[in-house]
Design a protein around this ligand. Structure first.
Ligand code: ZN
Length: 423
């Protein structure tokens, strides 16, 4: 088969109906109805529902001859062999867990698009030198166990495999316990060593932003991902009676939190509006309207595409808080740190060529959200393919991309995989 005939056959074999049907079957696992009537998904990682979804995927993979295996973090791989022994595989996938009130497409589509692309390559009779492995990373969302991306971080050696053993979910179950239980239940699957040296990594994902839809485009050629730093801040003062304790004698944790956030807003001020600074989770104790707050915990989510800004302002967070509070003891813990990454031209170029060959309208764009692909960058040439998201809505039951938009993404992925795995 000549090179020019390979990809059109495989691209034509990518099935819109089959991919959509699988997405909807997956969406039943954890389905719930949102307030506006839309259908959402709540499928937390390492739960029985997560296992059911993984088994469904494994069944579809085995039906086309793929071999499953899992590693110590529960990352799941479905391997399609190449024709030349010993070559490093091309990895393609995403994650299967969802946010607690998530949608039907975030993550799971990237896994199913990879499966669809591999199946189309098989059906078109394309033989590729390199193996392709469909991968589903454990706990990308961080909804049950924070932070997210544990599976890909451990695989890539960004963090040690036992880094999060003591992290607990809202029921007090630790990640270590949940993982041990999961691995015991999946003991029939072949185990593989954690980590590897892939030839390339490609992740298809919904945009989760409004730009592609607003511009009437089909494909986002993702150029990179901005960096993120997450902090947990704890302020410890003293509780007192709201009616009797003189204000001058209080150690009021809420008032110190207000001082801290005001100072942080000044630190994070950015006239260019590129910097993202968010305080969105606040816990107050005793959380009573007539008791002075003894303790406040709040989170900081800070993102920027420039590593220098991310480092300088992120490193100034603790001193800024300490300089602002008047009465409380301060503890600042950094819980997540991912530097900005740029994707590799071998992958962005392949995505661009595939979209152009298929007559699709594509644009180069950065990702504001983080993804597993971020952690693969130090390991191998990596990149992402975005498709439009309805109104940019995500982490929400109203999240939607149409079967046509989704199949265009899978077709581009099929062509990209054919290019990356051919030699
Ligand atoms: Zn995702």
């Amino acid at each position: 088969m000549t090179e020019t005939s390979i990809t059109p056959n495989a691209v034509a074999a990518v099935s819109e109906a089959r991919q959509w049907d699988r997405l909807m079957q997956m969406a039943r696992l954890g389905a719930f109805r949102g307030g506006d009537g839309s259908e959402g998904v709540n499928r937390a990682c390492l739960t029985p529902l997560d296992r059911e979804a993984r088994r469904l995927l494994i069944g579809w993979g085995q039906a086309i001859g793929l071999t499953p295996s899992i590693d110590a973090l529960g990352n799941l791989f479905l391997r399609s062999e190449g024709t030349v022994p010993g070559l490093a595989p091309v990895l393609a996938g995403s994650h299967m867990d969802s946010q607690p009130a998530g949608g039907r497409f975030d993550g799971i589509w990237g896994v199913l698009a990879a499966l669809e692309a591999v199946q189309a390559l098989h059906e078109a009779g394309v033989s590729l030198a390199r193996p392709i492995e469909v991968v589903a990373w454990t706990n990308e969302e961080g909804g049950r166990f924070a932070p997210g991306c544990m599976g890909s971080m451990a695989y890539a050696g960004h963090s040690a495999a036992d880094s999060w053993d003591a992290v607990t979910d809202s029921h007090g179950v630790s990640f270590g316990e949940a993982l041990r239980e999961h691995l015991a239940k999946e003991a029939d699957l072949p185990r593989r060593p954690l980590g590897g040296a892939p030839h390339a990594y490609v992740e298809a994902h919904i945009e989760q932003g409004p730009q592609l839809e607003a511009a009437g485009l089909d494909i986002g050629i993702v150029t990179g991902i901005q960096g993120s730093r997450w902090f947990l801040v704890e302020l410890l003062g003293a509780s007192a009676h709201a009616g009797t304790a003189p204000v001058s004698m209080r150690r009021d944790a809420v008032q110190d939190m207000v001082r801290a956030i005001t100072a942080l807003n000044a630190l994070m001020a950015d006239p260019t509006d590129v910097l993202r600074f968010t305080v969105a989770k606040i816990e107050v104790e005793p959380n009573s309207s007539n008791s002075v707050a003894e303790r406040v915990r709040f989170t900081i989510d800070f993102r920027h595409p420039d590593a220098a800004v991310l480092t300088a302002r992120g490193d100034a967070i603790e001193a800024t808080i300490r300089g602002a509070v008047r009465h409380c003891d301060v503890t600042v813990t950094e819980r997540f740190h991912a530097l900005p990454v740029e994707f590799h031209p071998a992958v962005t170029g392949a995505v661009e060529r595939a979209a152009a060959a298929q007559g699709l309208k594509a644009v180069r764009m950065p990702s504001g959200a983080f993804h597993d692909a971020q952690f693969m960058v130090p390991l191998c040439p990596s990149g992402m393919i975005f498709i439009p998201s309805y109104r940019g809505i995500s982490h929400n039951p109203a999240e939607y991309s149409s079967p046509e938009q989704l199949v265009r993404g899978a077709r581009v992925l099929a062509q990209v995989l054919a290019e990356l795995a051919r030699d």
